[in-house]
Write a protein that binds this ligand. Structure first.
Ligand code: ATP
Length: 657
């Protein structure tokens, strides 16, 4: 940043005023204070004016601002009381403001509150730098960092009897909500005030964070296990696809990435564990996870579902509670925003035909079987069918049969009675089928369901009842079923690994989602993702050259890969207003430049492998790579990390395959 001659002269003026006030005997002026004074002088504030003209508190505005900041006030008030209990009778007060510095609440010693009210340091008054000159609240708001302002460092001489420490409070989306401040008599400065305020702010932020993601998962983590659950813990929120929704400041510090950078990551791109470790306590088998970060650092984490009453795995009920009123709008999971079949038609003839077909069976309880490569939007289509059908007010339960180990899938789907087996939850578990009662059950990767369970599922479909493990009682269930698979179910039936009777039962209407490389609406899809994806800055454009590159790419990860790539590029291009080639990830450019093999589509790869019934080590390795690649949405770096091999080895194995 360059300074003009006017800036320099303002800075000298600030120095001079402070020197004459006796504030800088050593000649060292805190840079923040100096800059703040320069701002006050350039705004034409008069250091003595405020002493004579103290404005009155705006009681009418106070009520409105308290209502508007209801959530902040609700979380901050108990913390302020706790903090006050520690500093009571020290002749001080604690102040909470909104994001403009308007005081909405204060607690303190009565004698000091009375003194402070003489300079209008009380609820209903704004303490921004514009109206009160240099002061901890106003300066913390401008600088967005914790600030202490002592005695005559205050710009207005009327405030020289104060010593203040303030820290900004940020919401889980990293937006500033307000400031918490502790103010006392400048004759009794406390060296701990700023540290106390920082701890109090972190407590408020963590509480708000914990409640802000009712539809996702929050991971409480730290390198020291014993610090989990304390104010120092790092918090990361993920959606049901494992994408990072937000991170608190401790998490950014711990992981060494900015908030914006973390938003481009997923659980599997950051840690060495599969996504199931995050969302499925049954699969995890433990409360505490040991995770290795991409930097190699080990930390401990305790994952929690946003709403305990909802099922833990890739399950989202559309009637999940919304954030309470007054709470800031939070980044929404793309899926919940993208409701409706109309949104899936963006001009591709194959896709339009799919939408047209499923429209015809809406509300008829005809089972729909969705086929398509990984990431083509099978789950999105299933949700759209649910959202437009008569069961839309009921729950949508998604189960990924491939993500649950064979040994657990039965209890996950059908539930179990109390004490049904060792390790079972005390009160039993209703199972995913019962959780979908009244609504829609989406069985993803149905081709991976073990044969024995296929028979049980068929019974549920025929008899419309469920018998949980360890129970002899059949409970009636009423649901609509949508299944999806990237395999050819008919081939599996021919091979004997899928029951023919179940296939015919599920196969009411079969639709095939086109792979992205075959779609003619790539440009429209790109523009729609840019316009609707919340993590992408509004109005961001895209260079035609980038679209041409996209048109040459085979997109093995399909829509998921495209959406992910645009999210990453969107963050990189935020300052430029337009996505250019330089904003694209290296993996993607490597593939295009021929430095890396262009990955063959996963489905055809799997088909080839199935037809040759592979069981040799190379085929199994290749399969593991392809599956990991699919899990990691086509991200080669994350895949290599997950498999513990270098990118070069990964490319070589793929080339050899
Ligand atoms: N039409 C679309 N518009 C925007 N984004 C989409 C679209 N279709 C899919 N996506 C994106 O791709 C991701 C993957 O979609 P989805 O989970 O529905 O695919 P899938 O075929 O079920 O994948 P898998 O086979 O791996 O389970 C979604 O999270 C979404 O971000």
């Amino acid at each position: 940043m360059e300074y003009s001659a006017a800036d320099v002269s303002r800075s000298e003026q600030a120095h001079e005023i402070m020197r004459s006030a006796g504030e800088v005997p050593s000649g060292v002026l805190p840079a923040l204070i100096e800059t703040s004074w320069s701002r006050c002088i350039s705004r034409g504030l008069d250091a003595d004016k405020c002493a004579k003209e103290i404005e009155r508190a705006r009681r009418d505005l106070l009520m409105t601002e308290r209502e508007r900041n209801e959530s902040l006030l609700k979380h901050a008030a108990p913390v302020m009381n706790g903090l006050y209990a520690q500093i009571a009778r020290s002749g001080s007060m604690i102040v909470l403001t909104n994001a403009s510095g308007f005081i909405i609440h204060s607690v303190g010693d009565q004698a000091f509150l009375d003194r402070a009210s003489k300079v209008a340091l009380s609820p209903g008054v704004e303490w921004s730098e514009e109206s009160k000159g240099t002061n901890a609240i106003g300066t913390a708001l401008v600088e967005k960092v914790p600030v202490s302002v002592h005695g005559s460092q205050h710009f207005f001489s009327a405030n020289h009897f104060l010593t203040c420490s303030a820290a900004p409070i940020f919401d889980p989306c990293s937006r500033m909500l307000g400031v918490l401040d502790v103010t006392g008599d400048s004759r009794n400065p406390s060296h701990h005030s700023l540290a106390l305020i920082n701890l109090a702010v972190q407590t408020i932020e963590n509480q708000m964070f914990a409640q802000a993601f009712p539809e996702g998962f929050v991971l409480n983590c730290h390198v020291q296990q014993e610090l989990i659950g304390t104010v120092f813990e790092a918090l990361l929120a993920f959606d049901h696809d494992g994408r990072v929704l937000s991170a608190n400041r401790s998490a950014c510090r711990l992981i060494g990435r900015s908030h914006a950078e973390l938003l481009t990551h997923t659980f599997t791109s950051m840690f060495d564990k599969p996504l199931s470790a995050l969302y499925d306590p049954l699969m995890r088998g433990t409360d505490m996870l040991e995770l290795r970060l991409f930097g190699g650092r080990t930390l401990f984490g305790r994952p929690k579902a946003g709403n305990q009453s909802r099922p833990p795995a890739r399950v989202i009920s559309m009637d999940a509670p919304r954030p309470e009123s007054g709470q800031p709008a939070l980044p929404r999971v793309q899926i919940s925003k993208d409701k409706g079949l109309t949104r899936l038609s963006t001009g591709d003839a194959q896709m339009d035909a799919v939408v047209e077909k499923v429209r015809r069976v809406l509300g008829r309880d005809i089972p729909v079987l969705i086929q398509g490569e990984t990431g083509t939007g099978k789950e999105l289509l299933a949700r759209a069918i649910h959202d437009e059908g008569p069961r839309r007010e009921q729950t949508f339960v998604a189960v990924n049969c491939a993500a649950i180990p064979d040994g657990l899938i039965e209890s996950e789907l059908f539930g179990y009675e109390e004490g049904a087996f060792t390790g079972a939850r005390r009160k039993g578990y209703p199972g995913r089928i019962m959780q979908a009662d009244g609504g829609t059950l989406f069985l993803d990767e149905i081709g991976d369901m073990p044969l024995a369970l296929q028979a049980r599922l068929l019974r549920v479909l025929q008899e419309r009842t469920v018998v949980p493990l360890g129970s002899g009682r059949a409970t009636p269930v009423d649901l609509s079923i949508i299944c999806a698979t990237h395999r050819k179910l008919r081939d599996l039936v021919a091979q004997g690994s899928f029951r023919a009777d179940l296939y015919y039962r599920l196969n009411g209407l079969t639709v095939m989602l086109p792979p992205l490389r075959e779609r003619s609406d790539l440009r429209a899809l790109v523009h729609r993702i840019l316009a609707t994806e919340e993590s992408i800055p509004q109005g961001l454009r895209i260079d035609d050259e980038v679209i041409s590159l996209f048109e040459r790419h085979p997109w093995p990860g399909n829509m998921r890969q495209l959406a992910n790539l645009l999210r990453t590029a969107g963050v990189m291009a935020a300052d430029d207003g337009c996505i250019h080639t330089r904003h694209l990830p290296d993996d993607f450019l490597d593939e295009l430049s021929g430095n890396a093999p262009v990955l063959r589509p996963i489905e055809s790869e799997l088909r080839t492998m199935q037809s040759h019934a592979p069981c040799d080590l190379d085929s199994l390795t290749l399969r593991a790579i392809r599956e990991s690649l699919s899990r990691n949405e086509g991200n080669v770096a994350a895949t290599a990390r997950e498999l513990g091999i270098s990118r070069t080895t990964l490319y070589r194995k793929l080339k050899e395959g």
